[in-house]
Write a protein that binds this ligand. Structure first.
Ligand SMILES: Nc1nc2c(ncn2[C@@H]2O[C@H](COP(=O)(O)OP(=O)(O)OP(=O)(O)O)[C@@H](O)[C@H]2O)c(=O)[nH]1
Ligand SMILES: [Mg+2]
Length: 502
């Protein structure tokens, strides 16, 4: 700050002249080029006009084809790829119906989607109630409960010096100076050690409210800054309340508020300084000379916050509903996508296991099991199709075919490695070694098939398409370090099969 002020004006003067000179030269060059271009165009036009028609027409056709070809090439190079398409899908406005459908589907797939369903029911319930909800949010012990009590004077609210006093979400009714009622929510504080679950509870509730009061009792920490900006991102009215101002002197108060204003005016609707009250301890000297410790309620001073609340909720719950709904839907959308990914991973595991089992059994039935079965096998195709369906990714037959062809080649190149792993598996599991070469091949084949399935599932989950390069990389990784669990499972199928044969 200091260095910027004195030196700048003088040192800037010669720079400006230099800049002006450079600009003037650049302007002259541009004008010269433009004149040259116009001249060339006119000359070209004249020469074309002088050409006989028989020569002129083919020239025009060739030029038009060249321009068209160039445009097509540009379109091919610049058009957004499938990945970009998928990304833009995510920024589309949230579709309530699509989200509800996904949640219902997840419920059918036995996913833990009940809380998401409840969230949507609560969304409607609050809309129909017509109440205006204000959430009091902030880190532990910043004075949220004291503030709720000051705003909803008749309520009994838990207040304690010990952080983490409020453990559940509770609603109270407060009355504004213009007699309008607000449902005010007290909630657990964020930033509590081991309080991640309660913090999530509070964050979800903050999204359900029409407006949020973010309470701090000093300048914001990095974590508070991030939390405030996260809340602001939902576009709902957000008030920053600096609490416990009774602890600051007037100068300190003014400079703190100015600093907050500079940083957060753009993301909040109002920044207010308050004293929510709370309890104060002091000592009193009695007539007999003894000292008595007294705890008494501090007188709250929350007028500026009441005014700010009156202003931000003036339009009423209905007007604030779209932003509230968008916030809740965005949360449900994110959570349901995350859950869908978990369910897809779980279902993929089952599918890969099922098909690997079938493939191993098939391979043992064949005379000389080899990697070609992976390429051509109807089993592999069916597995890819099922995996794609689970990940909700449409795939064309030709894409599946091409992918399997390519993976078959790469598996063939790694057959030696797979056989070596299978050989080690035979050694690692006593008794397997006596099963002979057929068993070795079957285990190798099972491991390869299992790796293909897993690699495809991983690629679909991460890239949302059948990316051959990525799948090959995943296969290599999986084959490089097959887990004991996988080897055991594949070997188990082989042993089981052989026993049955016996
Ligand atoms: N000096 C001062 N202390 C306050 C004020 N408001 C609250 N406090 C004190 O801050 C401490 C925490 O108050 P609570 O209202 O329980 O804070 P909370 O944010 O609800 O805390 P948790 O529920 O534990 O997250 C208590 O000791 C209050 O007495 C205030 O305006 N000034
Ligand atoms: Mg509390």
């Amino acid at each position: 700050m200091q260095a910027r002020i004195p030196a700048m004006p003088q040192s800037r003067l010669p720079m400006r002249y230099l800049l002006l000179a450079v600009l003037a030269i650049a302007a002259l060059i541009v004008i010269g080029l433009a004149i040259g271009l116009v001249n060339s165009l006119l000359e070209f036009y004249e020469r074309m006009a002088n050409l006989p028609l028989l020569l002129r027409v083919p020239l025009i056709v060739v030029a038009a084809a060249a321009v068209l070809g160039l445009a097509l090439l540009a379109w091919k190079l610049l058009r957004p790829g499938p990945g970009a398409n998928r990304r833009s899908q995510k920024t589309e406005p949230l579709d309530r119906e699509a989200i509800a459908t996904r949640v219902a589907e997840l419920r059918q797939r036995e996913a833990e989607a009940e809380s998401l369903e409840q969230e949507l029911i609560e969304l409607d319930r609050r809309r129909l109630s017509g109440d205006c909800h204000v959430a009091v949010f902030g880190e532990i012990s910043t004075g949220k409960s004291s503030l709720v009590r000051a705003l909803a004077a008749d309520s009994v609210v838990d207040i304690d010096v010990v952080g983490g006093t409020t453990r559940w979400i509770r609603h109270y009714t407060g009355t504004l100076p213009d007699d309008r009622k607000l449902v005010i929510t007290d909630m657990p504080g964020s930033g509590e050690v081991d309080g991640a679950q309660r913090e999530q509870l509070a964050r979800d509730e903050a999204l359900r409210a029409h407006a949020v009061v973010y309470v701090v009792d000093s300048d914001l920490t990095r974590a508070q800054d991030a939390e405030l900006r996260w809340l602001a991102g939902f576009g709902k009215p957000l008030i920053l309340a600096l609490n416990k101002i009774d602890r600051f002197g007037l100068d300190e108060r003014i400079s703190l508020l100015a600093a907050l204003g500079e940083r957060y005016a753009a993301v909040t609707r109002a920044i207010v300084a308050i004293s929510a009250g709370g309890k104060e301890n002091f000592q009193r000297k009695l007539a007999d000379g003894s000292i008595e410790r007294v705890v008494r309620e501090r007188k709250p001073d929350v007028g500026s916050l009441r005014d700010a609340l009156m202003e931000v909720t003036a339009a009423g719950a209905e007007a604030l509903e779209p932003a509230r709904e968008a916030a809740v839907l965005s949360s449900v959308d994110q959570r349901s996508r995350a859950l869908a990914r978990i369910v897809a991973a779980r279902e993929s595991e089952t599918i890969v296991q099922r098909y690997t089992r079938r493939a191993v059994v098939g391979a043992m039935a064949a005379v000389a099991p080899g990697s070609d079965i992976i390429i051509q096998g109807a089993l592999a195709t069916a597995m890819v199709r099922e995996l794609a369906r689970i990940h909700e990714i449409p795939v064309r037959d030709i894409d599946v075919e091409n992918l399997l062809k390519r993976l078959g080649l790469s598996i063939r190149n790694t057959t030696a490695i797979v056989l070596a792993i299978a050989g080690n598996a035979l050694k690692a599991f006593p008794g397997l070694g006596t099963l002979g070469g057929g068993a070795l091949h079957a285990i190798a084949y099972g491991l390869a098939f299992d790796s293909v399935g897993r690699a495809i599932a991983m690629t679909l989950a991460e890239h949302a398409r059948l990316d051959a390069d990525e799948t090959e990389r995943n296969i290599r990784d999986l084959l490089a370090k097959p887990s004991r669990d996988r080897i055991e499972r594949v070997a188990g199928v082989v042993v089981d099969r052989l026993r049955r044969k016996d």
